[in-house]
Design a protein around this ligand. Structure first.
Ligand SMILES: NC(=O)C1=CN([C@@H]2O[C@H](COP(=O)(O)OP(=O)(O)OC[C@H]3O[C@@H](n4cnc5c(N)ncnc54)[C@H](OP(=O)(O)O)[C@@H]3O)[C@@H](O)[C@H]2O)C=CC1
Ligand SMILES: CC[C@](O)(C(C)=O)C(=O)O
Ligand SMILES: [Mg+2]
Ligand SMILES: [Mg+2]
Length: 334
């Protein structure tokens, strides 16, 4: 059985005389920085000159410096900027890493695929919340937490592991449970999960269900409620009590129909091909090249997604939900 680390396994004091530089103030950055600050840790946010995030971080009461100034004064430098810009920003802060400092990530992409090669005398760790940054902050504020992973790629000080766990505690992850992993395992499972299930798989399933109903003559509102809105209610049951609770809660008719028809819509070979692309590095090479070419395919896919009819229908119907807890909107990417 995999060991699950909780609050009682962390030595929070390990961070008490350390300064953490959080580079980036986006989805993960704002959550880590604010949670660390609320946990009494000395934090400085590293942002490029002219950064749009500067005002947000300052309004939230945090100290802001440039990435290299922040790295210079910090003991732990956390890379919370987009994966694709990390290698070039790393070049600007590398000389500020002193022996015994920690270079920390929330995702293993750049270490695993060899895009960043840190010096041997620093610790290289990962603390990866298993959830979007806005929920890392929201759950922390409620006294809850987001489950997370930690990993050690390089242990120059002999304290890399316990420091990473202490950090996971300070951002609230050990309230929910943290497991140890490797950079390889985190990178490959995270990329597979977001492509095949969590982000890519689920949005395509929704669109395919919606389009099948609308093309067959049903109203777009009906299709939206059936294929998107109700999904949240079903996922809430899965989250609370697993498949058994969900199947118990829906009708026997839904249970029989789902159990006998569901597998027809999932293509296991396509899933294996996605995993192969991640494991072989083919996806990483494609994504790096896409960025070098200024993201033409990314922009095209994103535009098509934003212009899909289900977005307009959803905006209109969600306006009716007066009780809805409006999530703090994630800042739009370029
Ligand atoms: N999103 C998530 O919930 C999760 C993300 N991760 C990992 O966390 C890391 C951060 O991801 P995420 O939070 O999504 O990142 P975001 O896209 O939200 O990061 C945006 C931040 O990065 C800054 N930034 C963007 N480009 C540059 C640049 N060229 N130079 C300096 N700063 C820049 C932005 O500042 P500015 O205002 O100047 O543009 C902004 O503060 C990644 O490794 C990701 O894989 C892991 C788990 C979940
Ligand atoms: C599921 C997407 C994610 O891996 C995450 C929120 O965990 C990401 O890269 O944003
Ligand atoms: Mg993830
Ligand atoms: Mg990810």
């Amino acid at each position: 059985m995999t060991e699950i680390y909780t609050d009682s396994d962390t030595e929070r004091a390990q961070l008490s005389n350390k300064t953490v530089a959080v580079l980036g103030y986006g989805s993960q950055g704002h959550a880590h920085a604010q949670n660390l600050d609320d946990s009494g840790i000395d934090v400085v946010v590293g942002l490029r000159p002219g950064s749009r995030s500067r005002e947000h971080a300052q309004d939230d009461g945090l100290r802001v410096a440039t990435p290299s100034e922040a790295a210079a004064e910090a003991d732990i430098v956390v890379m919370l900027i987009p994966d694709t810009v990390q290698p070039s920003v790393y070049e600007t802060i590398a000389s500020e890493l002193d022996p015994g400092d920690t270079l920390q990530f929330a995702h293993g992409f750049n270490i695993h695929y060899g895009q960043i090669e840190p010096p041997e005398d620093v610790d290289v760790t990962m603390v990866a919340p298993k959830g979007p940054g806005h929920l890392v902050r929201r759950t922390y504020e409620r006294g809850e937490g987001t489950p997370g992973l930690f990993a050690v790629y390089q242990d120059a000080t002999g304290e890399a592991s316990s420091e990473a766990l202490a950090y996971a505690g300070a951002i609230g992850c050990t309230r929910a449970g943290v497991i140890e992993t490797t950079f390889r395992e985190e990178t490959e499972t995270d990329l597979f999960g977001e492509q095949a299930v969590l982000c890519g798989g689920v949005t395509d399933l929704i669109k395919a269900g919606y389009e099948t109903l609308v093309d067959a003559g049903y109203s777009s509102e009906m299709a939206y409620f059936e294929c998107l809105n109700e999904l949240k209610l079903i996922v809430d049951l899965l989250y609370e009590g697993g498949h058994t609770e969900m199947w118990n809660s829906v009708s026997d008719t839904a249970e029989y129909g789902g159990l006998t028809r569901g597998e027809d819509v999932v293509d296991r070979e396509a899933m294996e091909a996605i995993l192969d692309g991640v494991q072989s590095g083919e996806f990483a090479r494609e994504w790096i090249a896409e960025n070098q070419a200024s993201r033409p395919a990314y922009r095209q896919h994103r535009r098509a997604e934003q212009n899909h009819e289900i977005e307009e229908v959803g905006d209109r119907l969600r306006e009716l939900f007066a009780w809805s807890e409006q999530a703090e909107p994630a800042p739009a990417d370029d």
